[in-house]
Structures are given as structure tokens and as C-alpha cells.
Ligand binder design. Structure first.
Ligand code: UD1
Ligand code: UDP
Length: 403
């Protein structure tokens, strides 16, 4: 734990998993550049290698690292250890505010620790809801509980803001910022187009049509995830010009479902988690994306890629409404049928490959700082992100997609 300077208000950012790190990185950068705040990065390391990949890419050196990951750790144990670990750092550092992001165990347990220590919580990516408390599990409840604790709510879209208003959240504490994932994607592509892993570079240039797959959700562990894998195998059997690239989550439970079905197929490439920069290029090179990931549902449409969502419900309806993402669940027959349509019917493919960018304009981190200024009494309430200002960012992302 490093001892922070005290000449400016100290803002702590607490995160622990890969997606939180990706979405917090632009805010860390904005705080470092600003002369208004002293940032303090606390990582729980709920993830280890997958977190470190992101820290390394964005050059983030944590001020405090709880190193909490344990293989096969239960939710209750992880929650308890996070509450204690974060509380200890909060008592030592006493930040003026703490930022948490999204809906993981780190998010909720850090918010709870801050509540116990009477430190205001800023919730980044607030207000996403499916309305079903067991889907996604446990994320829906994590985000609902975090909303009850937060003093400042930063929803990415007006739809998410509406959920908060419907739950009675004070409108003066809500600011629509856009999603920082778009800032992160722009920053990752600005770093350059070199591949970290030459094997992925090679795979992305073969003559095959590539289906990029990610899957890790707890509610799909076991039979549903096996069904997904059998559907992928059916697709590979039916189309010999198709290859699958599947960067597998590090969770051994996920690998136990995926490997028995797909490991020995010559056109199923089960690879280690890709660096964010490589993954962005894999998305850009893909023909179709199959995923149950939250972040990938936001990135794929921005890159003009059809996204089939391997879930029963989603808290990200914006791309569904625009027609570039579709909920297909985890049934083997349904996934096979939906992918066949996209592979066989060019018109259907092009309808879904329409690029849309409902999630952000690349300035969500800057807006986050303005909202923080307002909460801490240094500035006026910033304007909400207007949906009209989103289209201008699309061209930059699409240029990347076409490289
Ligand atoms: C967590 C989040 C989920 C988020 C996902 C992003 C919770 C309850 N779940 O799920 O919301 O969408 O991260 O990926 O907060 N592991 C490693 N190395 C790593 C990361 C994970 O070995 O770098 C293995 C460990 O055995 C670990 C297991 O994966 O115990 C599960 O990790 P955990 O953070 O509990 O849950 P995820 O399923 O990754
Ligand atoms: N991602 C990555 N490497 C990979 C797979 C995904 O960098 O091999 C990125 C992806 O671009 C997205 C984020 O990780 O920004 C999503 O993480 P994950 O699926 O683990 O979590 P979720 O978004 O579902 O919470």
C-alpha cells in the first residue's frame, strides 16, 4: 500500500476483474491528467492474469493490490474477503470518494465497505437491469444493491438512467456519461495495430470466415455452455470455410465445459485470453461474434459486427433495438439455426452488420470527472450525453474495423 499525497482531493478507483479494468482505465488516465484530483488505484485482483494484462496495456500501476484471487473461490468467501480488504485500505487512505464500476463482486463489496466507512460511492456504468434477479447471476443483484448505496450514478445510456429514475433515485445524482468502454476501445486502437500474439495475427488472416466466441456466465455453467459448444461444433461440421476462435476465460469451470467438445476440432482454435489490443483486432477481423459477455455486446456493434448473445436476457437492449445484436439463448438447435442464417443469407448478414454506436462517444471519462466535480462541490452538473452526439464517433471505430 502506498501513502498518497494530500494536496488535492483523493479519488479512489476500486476494481478487480478484466472488464472493470478495461472500463476504468480511461478514468484512471483522465484523473492522472487532471490537476484537480489525486487518483488512487486499489485492485482487489479478483482476477489475476486477466487483470494484469489490462493494467500492463494501459500502464496502470496499482497503489494497493489485495491479491484476492483463489482458484475455485466461492462467492461468499470472495465477498467477505473483499469487504475486509477494501475496508482496511479505506481506513488507511480516507479518500474523498470511491469509484466502482459495473456489477461484479468487487463492485458491490467495495461499495458496501465504503458505506460502512461513510465514504461516498460513485457508480460507473449504473442502472443496467434485466429485471430478473437471477440473470445474470449474481450481477443483477450486485448492480441493484450498488445503486442503493451510491451517491452519484453514472449510467451509460438514457435507458439505464430511466431504470434508476423508476427506482426512485434522485435525478440530481444521475449523469448520463456514455460507456467508458468506447473510450477504452479508442485508446486501445490508438496504441497501434501491432499484434501481441503472432499466432492470433496468423489466424486472423486465413481465408476462413471467423466466428469469434467468448462465454463465461455463471448461469450457463454446465449443460447450457455444453449446448453452446455442441452448436459451434455443428456449425464447423456444416461449413468447411468457417473457423472458430475462442479465447477461453481462465475459469476452470468454463474450460471443463468447452474443451471436451471443441478441443480436437482442427478449425476450433481454443486460445488463452487475448490482450485487449489483440481482442479488439480479433473482433474487427471476425465475421460473426457469439458471446455472453457484457463488454463484447457493446464493442461488437460499434465495430459493425453481428453479435449473437448467448443468454436468455440482456441488460443491454440498445444494440438489440438497433438490430445488430440478437438474443439467441443457449439452445444448440437455435444457435445453429441463427448462425446458418447469417452464413447463408447475405442480405440477412448485411442487415445485422449495420454499425451502431449507442453506448458512448469516447468522452465518458471526461464526463465522469465533471460529474465528480459537481458531487464534490467544484462545478455545475454536466449535460447528459445526448444520443444525437453518438454518430460522430462511429467512423473512427469503423476505420479500425476495416483495416
Ligand atoms: C467475474 C465476475 C463477472 C464478470 C467476469 C468477467 C463476479 C461474481 N463475477 O466472473 O461478473 O463478468 O468476472 O470476466 O464478480 N481465474 C483465473 N485467472 C484470472 C481470472 C479468473 O485463474 O485471471 C479463475 C480462478 O480460478 C477464479 C475463477 O476463474 O477463481 C473465477 O473467477 P471469478 O472472478 O470468481 O468469477 P468469473 O466467473 O471470472
Ligand atoms: N476481452 C479481452 N480478451 C479476451 C476476451 C475479452 O480483452 O480474450 C475483453 C473484451 O473486449 C471486453 C471485456 O474483455 O472489453 C469483456 O470481459 P468479460 O467477457 O470477461 O466480462 P463481461 O464484459 O462479461 O463482464
Amino acid at each position: 500500500m502506498t501513502t498518497p499525497r494530500r494536496d488535492r482531493p483523493l479519488v479512489m478507483l476500486a476494481f478487480g476483474t478484466r472488464p472493470e479494468a478495461i472500463k476504468m482505465a480511461p478514468i484512471v488516465g483522465a484523473l492522472q491528467e487532471s490537476d484537480r484530483y489525486q487518483p488512487y488505484v486499489l485492485v482487489t485482483a479478483q482476477h489475476r492474469e486477466m487483470l494484469d494484462q489490462v493494467l500492463c496495456l494501459f500502464g496502470i500501476v496499482p497503489d494497493s493490490d489485495l491479491n484476492l484471487m483463489e482458484s475455485g473461490q466461492t462467492l461468499d468467501r470472495l465477498t467477505a474477503r473483499t469487504v475486509s480488504g477494501v475496508s482496511e485500505v479505506l481506513r488507511e487512505v480516507r479518500p474523498n470518494a470511491i469509484l466502482v464500476q459495473g456489477d461484479t463482486t468487487t463492485t458491490f463489496a467495495s461499495a458496501l465497505a465504503a458505506f460502512y466507512e461513510d465514504i461516498p460511492v460513485v457508480h460507473v456504468e449504473a442502472g443496467l437491469r434485466t429485471g430478473d434477479k437471477r440473470s445474470p447471476f449474481p450481477e443483477e443483484m450486485n448492480r441493484v444493491l450498488t445503486s442503493r448505496i451510491a451517491s452519484l450514478h453514472l449510467p451509460p445510456t438514457s435507458t439505464s438512467a430511466r431504470h434508476l429514475l423508476d427506482e426512485g433515485v434522485d435525478p440530481t445524482t444521475i449523469c448520463v456519461t456514455g460507456n467508458t468502454v468506447i473510450d477504452a476501445l479508442q485508446q486501445a486502437l490508438a496504441i497501434g495495430h501491432a499484434w501481441g500474439d503472432p499466432a492470433l495475427a496468423l489466424l486472423s488472416t486465413t481465408k476462413h470466415r471467423t466466428i469469434l466466441v467468448t462465454a463465461h456466465r455463471r448461469e450457463s455453467w454446465g449443460a447450457p455452455l455444453s449446448e453452446v459448444c455442441w452448436a459451434i461444433r455443428d456449425i464447423l461440421e456444416a461449413f468447411d470455410d468457417v473457423q472458430v476462435i475462442f479465447p477461453m476465460h481462465r475459469n476452470p469451470v468454463v474450460r471443463d465445459c468447452v474443451e471436451p467438445v471443441l478441443a480436437h476440432h482442427p478449425r476450433a482454435h481454443l486460445v488463452e485470453p487475448a490482450s485487449y489490443q489483440d481482442f479488439a483486432q480479433l473482433m474487427a477481423a471476425a465475421h460473426i461474434i457469439l458471446t455472453d459477455s457484457g463488454g463484447v455486446q457493446e464493442e461488437g456493434p460499434s465495430l459493425g459486427k453481428p453479435v449473437l448473445v448467448l443468454r436468455q436476457s440482456t441488460e443491454r437492449p440498445e444494440a438489440l433495438q438497433a438490430g445488430t445484436a440478437k438474443l439467441v439463448g443457449t439452445s444448440r438447435a437455435r444457435i445453429f439455426a441463427e448462425v446458418c442464417v447469417l452464413l447463408n443469407d447475405q442480405a440477412a448478414y448485411l442487415r445485422m452488420a449495420e454499425a451502431v454506436n449507442p453506448y458512448g462517444d469516447g468522452r465518458a471519462a471526461a464526463r465522469t470527472l465533471l460529474a465528480l466535480d459537481h458531487m464534490l462541490g467544484f462545478g455545475p452538473k454536466p449535460e447528459d450525453l445526448s444520443p444525437l452526439s453518438l454518430d460522430s464517433q462511429l467512423n473512427e471505430l469503423l476505420t479500425f474495423s476495416e483495416l
